[in-house]
Design a protein around this ligand. Structure first.
Ligand code: NOJ
Length: 743
């Protein structure tokens, strides 16, 4: 297990000292030399990122004029190399361009969306997926990707929850770091390495009402406890770049936010990577009502240490004038350019500016296997009544495959697949099931896409169900319903999918639901009607074979939810690490059972919804298996943890079923009384362990006081003495706590 503090590696103080005392290395000397030769215009050009229009005269002209520090969205390797040639051979100093692209969960071979990757609870699988993505993207000349998105996301209405690692700070940090490692390797100059980008700094996932780009209000304590740690972990892991977020925090947009970009990122964390704005987020400070015009926006962004302007043309249009007027210092420009050049040196672009041509770089067998393993591990078994799954067709029989997601290559890819949006090489569940020897598959889609409301297809599916031995219904969301700018106020299954499920359930045939979506959905009623439910966040190229393996028992589900599932959308935001409140839910009464004319306080006064209670549909960390596990009582090395000491926690997990299977044991703590109210539970570690049938395995965790720390009013983070509860459990709601004291 890795503790967050281990991920962060060194404390803030040590970092400050380290960055102040850092001797100039060879790269810094090269940067100095280059900088001393550059004109102001050349420097400003390095701070500009433009979107490619191929080999157009305009594009070539901009490169020749030195306006292209970076180009995004060019993936034709010949075009990349030609534009690079112009930069290297036809500009005065020959500074290479860094080519960037949104490679979010795969370039050609598509992994599960990040939310699904988090559901694997397996950082090794996530790292391997990022490695595949970098290997493929670099073959097109892409050496910088805008990933990982490590915005802690607690609102399933927000479309971009799909791109996140879910609601938990610790899990997001672990997965973010794994992703960075996969992209960058330990040598960024390797031609297959791609610079990562930790985004969006910061608080983007807190958009009010789950509506994208919306404003946020986040107290600094909460930033430090919940939203900063994944970013600090990424910075410590050497993540080469950061990206500003679109939102304002407490009235200040991130692209003009010196507190975030200077005080925290540069000074506290000693970050020496490059900070890029989001797409036109510098210009967006005008509609935010924070800047009067583009010149004002350029001024505020440059003074807030945003090194590169993505697509606003604010810097190239106004920085020269702003420097002349003394509104932006040359020193600020030099600092920004230094960060840009450092990235290019680290990527080895000065030595190897061109992308070498590679034969057949895409969809290699190894890449497909990595995608398949990730897809298997990302699926979460939510219900399995009477061991309906795995399906047993050993004695013959036919399976009805139905539902709008059963055979939709494009939709199983999920959001952000610019370079494989059509689902090339995708194997759908229908295709995969049809390839299974001896399995008789009947296909009747019922509905042709997730929002389809036609009744005729439902009738056909019901007729087919009547003569089948079991039904698997693939429902969910189309890819277009999640991701950037794709928020939903209603989290139910779109279209007539619920009606399809009701009608299929009424046939009395064993009914398995497979839900393929970009966010948690409110599927309580549908889950009740089904015998088994397997939830898979859009799982990419190999979703089909992975699901076929799981449905038929060639693989055992091991995914766990990285995010809480609400019963109703109105419960959002909903997350396990909530505060207890002064009036935790008690005597929950449903709205329908309140007698007419009941006196005001007859249904109590505690923290819940009359129509949705307070409990989630499925909690964070939840996920079943084809076997069962029994947890022993956690054994602590002591009932006391002292300052500077460690506490070892061991817990036995017994596989009480008949299948060898993986279980993810989760370590949670609670600080019972503190000077700032603390969450009812916080994830402090996890371990995914293979437990053979009938056997017991022991998981071991080590806790230090740093693991119990939280931010105080003076913005210092430390643990407070007192009593703590600790759980080692299968999800965030189960288990019996044991106590220990920190003194
Ligand atoms: C806007 C998105 O917010 C960001 O995540 C993405 O990387 C950029 N556009 C570039 O496409």
């Amino acid at each position: 297990m890795k503790h967050l503090k281990e991920l962060l590696a060194v404390g803030m103080g040590a970092l400050l000292l380290a960055s102040c005392a850092k001797p100039k290395d060879a790269t810094e000397a090269k940067i100095d030399r280059l900088l001393s030769q550059m004109t102001l215009e050349e420097k400003i050009g390095q701070m500009n990122q433009i979107s490619s229009t191929g080999l157009s005269d305009d594009m070539k002209g901009q490169v020749r004029a030195g306006l292209a520090g970076s180009i995004l969205n060019e993936v034709d390797v010949d075009v990349v190399n030609e534009l690079q040639r112009i930069a290297v051979e036809e500009t005065r100093l020959g500074i290479p361009i860094v080519f960037a692209r949104d490679v979010i969960h795969g370039f050609k071979t598509i992994m599960p969306i990040p939310l699904g990757q988090a559901a694997t609870w397996n950082p090794a699988v996530v790292e391997a997926g990022a490695r595949v993505a970098a290997d493929e993207a670099s073959a097109a000349g892409v050496r910088w990707t805008f990933s990982p998105m490590i915005d802690v996301s607690r609102d399933p209405r927000w479309g971009r929850i799909a791109e996140s690692y879910g609601e938990d700070t610790y899990l997001s940090a672990v997965m973010g770091v794994a992703t960075v490692r996969g992209y960058q390797t330990d040598n960024l100059a390797d031609p297959t390495a791609v610079a990562a980008c930790a985004k969006h700094f910061c608080g983007y996932g807190v958009a009010e009402g789950g509506r994208d780009y919306n404003t946020t209000w986040i107290p600094e304590i909460q930033l430090r406890d919940v939203y900063f740690p994944p970013f600090q972990a990424a910075a410590e892991a050497g993540c080469a770049t950061f990206m500003c977020s679109f939102n304002d925090i407490d009235g200040v947009p991130s692209s003009g936010n010196s507190f975030l970009n200077v005080d925290v990122l540069r000074r506290e964390w000693g970050y020496d990577g490059m900070l890029v704005s989001d797409w036109e987020s510098i210009a967006n400070m005008i509609p935010h009502g924070y800047c009067a015009d583009l010149k004002d926006a350029a001024c505020k962004a440059a003074n807030a240490a945003v090194d590169m302007d993505m697509a606003s043309y604010a810097y190239v249009s106004h920085l020269k004038e702003l420097v002349a007027e003394g509104q932006v210092s040359e020193r600020a420009i030099d600092e920004a350019v230094r960060n840009v050049l450092r990235l290019k040196f680290r990527l080895g672009l000065f030595d190897n500016p061109y992308a070498p041509k590679r034969d057949n770089p895409y969809y290699k067998e190894e890449a497909l296997q990595t995608a398949r393993q990730a897809a298997v591990e990302s699926a979460v078994l939510l219900k399995n009544e009477g061991n309906t799954l795995p399906l047993d067709f050993n004695r013959g029989g036919s399976l009805l495959v139905t539902g709008p997601l059963a055979d939709s290559p494009r939709d199983q890819m999920g959001t952000w697949c610019f370079d494989n949006a059509g689902g090339d090489h995708a194997v759908t569940p229908l295709q995969a099931l049809r390839q299974v020897d001896g399995l008789r598959v009947v296909y009747e889609p019922g509905l042709t896409y997730s929002r389809d409301r036609s009744q005729a297809g439902i009738r056909r599916a019901v007729r087919a169900a009547r003569s089948a031995d079991a039904v698997v219904c693939f429902v969910g969301e189309e890819a277009i319903l999640s991701g950037e700018g794709k928020c939903r106020a209603d989290l139910s299954l779109p279209g007539a999918q619920s009606e399809l499920i009701e009608a299929l359930a009424a046939t009395g045939k064993p009914l398995v639901l497979v839900v393929m979506a970009g966010r948690p959905l409110t599927i309580g009623a549908e889950a009740q009607l089904a015998d088994a439910v397997l939830f898979q966040f859009h799982a990419g190229t190999m979703a089909g074979p992975a699901l076929a393996d799981l449905l038929l028992g060639a693989a055992v589900p091991s995914g766990k939810l990285p995010v809480t599932f609400p019963t109703m959308a109105g419960q959002a935001p909903i997350y396990y690490a909530h505060k207890n409140t002064g009036r935790p839910p008690m005597g929950v009464t449903h709205i329908d059972s309140i007698p007419v004319g009941a006196p005001q306080f007859s249904v109590g006064a505690s923290s819940y919804y009359l129509d949705a209670g307070a409990a989630p549909l499925f909690p964070f960390g939840y996920g079943l298996s084809y076997t069962t596990f029994e947890y022993g009582k956690p054994r602590l090395s002591s009932d006391r943890l002292t300052e500077g000491g460690t506490l070892t926690v061991a817990c036995d997990i017994t596989n009480t079923g008949s299948r060898d299977a993986y279980e993810t044991a989760q370590l949670y703590t609670r600080d019972l009384v503190a000077s700032h109210c603390q969450p009812v539970r916080l994830l402090r570690g996890f371990e995914k362990v293979l437990v053979p049938a009938g056997e017991t395995r022991t998981v071991t965790f080590t806790l230090t006081p740093d693991d119990l720390a939280f931010c105080h009013a003076d913005m210092r983070t430390y643990a407070e003495p007192g009593e703590f509860h600790l759980w080692v459990s299968t999800d965030s709601q189960s288990g019996t706590p044991v106590s220990f004291e920190y003194e």
